[in-house]
Design a protein around this ligand. Sequence first.
Ligand code: CUO
Length: 685
Amino acid sequence: MSTTKKNLLLLYDHPKESILSTRGPENVQFDVPNSYLNDEYKNISVQIANKFGEDASEKVTVNEISLPPFGEILSFPRDENFSLFIPRHRRLAGKLIDIFLGMRDVDELLSVAVFAREHVNPLLFNYAFSVALLHRPDTQDLDVPSVIQSFPDKYVDSKVFGRAREIATTIPETSRVPIEVPKDYTASDLEIEHRLAYFREDIGVNLHHWHWHLVYPIEGPLQIVDKNRRGELFYYMHQQIIARYNFERFCNQMKRVERFLDFDEPIKEAYFPKLDSLVASRNWPARVANQRLQNLRREVDQIYLDIDEMKRWRDRIFDAIHSGVVKGENRNDIILTENEGIDILGNLLESTILSVNRAYYGDLHNMGHTIVSYIHDPDARHLESFGVIGDSTTSMRDPWFYCWHAYMDDIFQNFKSTLPRYTVEQLDYPGITVESVQVETEGSPDNVFETFWQQSDVDLSRGMDFQPRGAILVRFTHLQHTNFSYKITVNNQTTENREGTCRIFLAPKYDERGNPWLFRDQKTMFIELDKFKVTLWKGSNTIFRRSIESSVTIPFEKTFRNVDAGRPAGGNALDQFNFCGCGWPQHMLLPKGSISPFECQLFVMISDYAGDKIEQSIEGQCNDAGSYCGIKDKLYPDRRSMGYPFDRQPRNGVDTLQQFLTPNMRVQDVSIRFSNRTEPPKARN
Ligand code: CUO
C-alpha cells in the first residue's frame, strides 16, 4: 500500500487539532500549503510547524490543488453536533461525499481531505470521509478506523476524560494502568430499564449500528446509496435488533418492549446519557420521563415539523400497505410486490433518496429520531442541541430507540402479513432430513450455552486533543460467551449429492407469561445466529460449525482492537483482519441468559440452494457479516426474502413451531446459563 494512502488514515486522529500537529505512532507531520490553513494560523504556520516538528519522524508534503467549491459545507460551524437524521446535515454530508468521491487519485484525495480537515466540522468530516473511503475503488484496502477512535466521548462516561487528561500529562506511558469504566454508570436499579444498559450501551453494538449507516447512507451520490435490497436490509437489520433486545428483556424478567404508538401520549422512557461531546464542548442533553412531543420550530437546523405532518405520513404509509400500492411522484401506481415490495417500503419509511415519493410519504423514521432528540428544546430557545437518540452513532443507548424501532417493525410486519404464506413446497427440501442438532460448549453439558462478563481495553488517546501523546486505555466490562459449535446430522435420501443453506435461529421457548408460543408471535422473536452453505453427500452427513464463524458477527478483535498493535504484517492474516467493520459484535452473539438456565429453542433449517443461490464472486470482499450487513458492493448473498422462513404469517393450520416444521427443519431445546463472574481482558496477540 502506498504511503500516501496510509496517511489518509492519520486524518482521523485528534479531530479538533489543526493538521499542523503531529499524528500517529510515528509522529508524522503534514507539510500543508499555507492557503489551506485557517486565517488564525496562516501567519504563524512556520512557528506552529516547528513547535510540533521537533518530534516529527516523517514529513508528508500535501500538494496544492485547485479546490472544488465547498459552499455551504463551510458555513456549518466546527463546534456543532452533527446528525444524519437532520435533513440539512445529511445534505451537507452528501455534498462532501461527492467532493471526496470526485477526486481523481489518492494524492488529490489527500489534498482536498487535508483542506476539509482544517475547515469542516470534525463530525461531518469524519462521516463523509469514512463513506468515501469505504466506497472509492482505490481505497478498498484501507481499514476505516472505528468512530470510537476519533470520538471516544460518544461511548465513554464523561467522568473518564478528566482522569485521562491527568494521566496523559503526568504519568509516563510505561507506568499507566487502564481506567476502569464501571458497568453501571448511567442509572441505578430503581430504573427498571437500566437492566438492559449492558446491551444498549455496549460499544460493539453501537459501533455496528454506526457502521451499518455508513455502508447504507440515506443521502449522497446515487451510486453509493442505491445498493442491492438496501430498503429491505433496513427493515431486516433493525427487526433483528428488536428481536435481540426483546430476547435480552426476557432474560432479565421483562416483557417485550412497548412499541411507540401514540404521538400525543407522554414518553415514559427517560435517559441520562452522561456523555460530553468533545466537539461541541457540551454535554449530551438528557430526557426526563413523561415528556410530550411538540412541533419543531428550529431555525438553526432549518427544521419545521408538525406532529400532524408525521401522522399524515403514517396514515399514507398504512394506506399504501393496505391497498398494496404506493403512489409515485407522478401519482403513478407502484405495486408492492411479494418480493420487492419490502424494499420499496423500507426506503420509503426510513426514508432515503430512493423513496419513491418523499414529498408524499415524508421522512417518518428519521424525523421520529429527530423530534424526540429535540424534545427538551423544540424551538431552540435554550440553544440546546439534540439528545443521543438523534445520532446514529449513539441512538441505541436510549431505551426509546427500541420503542420507535418496534413501531417501525410493526409497520413492516403489517405489510409482511399481507403477503402470501409460504407453502410446504417453498419450505421443504424433498429428500433432505435434519436428524439431530446439538450444541457443544467446552466444559459444559450438551445444548447449554455459557455467558459471563468480560473486561476489554480500548485506547482513547487518538480521539483526545490538545494533550501529550501516548496510549490511554479504558477498561470496559461487557457480556461474553464461551465459544461453542453446532453439530448437525442430516440425511440425504436423494440419489445425488445436494447443496443447501443451513439457517440457524434462536428464540425464547416461552412467552413472558411462561406459556408456549403461538407461531405467529414466536416468529418475530427468532434471532439469526448463522447462515452458511453446505454440501450434502448421499446418505448421512455430519455438519460442524463454530460460533466464531457466524455470518452475523465480526470477530471480537475488530471491536476491541488497537489498530497498530496486533495488526498482521500482510498475507492471509492481514486479509482476515481487513474485513469491513460492519457486523454484530461476536461477544453479543448470544443473549445473556440467566443464572437458572434460560430455556430457548434452537431452530435449524437446510433450504434448497437452488432457491437461495446468487451468482457472483465474493472473493476478497468484506463478507464477514453478510446476514445483517450484506456484502459490500455486491448482491445480498441470499435470494430468499430476508428473515426467511420467519418473515411471513404461517400457512393455514399452523399454530405452533412444531406444526410449522418440514423434514428439513429441526428444533432443539437449549439453554443459556449465565455466570455472574468477570473475566480479565483477553491477552492481545
Ligand atoms: Cu438505525 Cu433508526 O435507523 O437508527
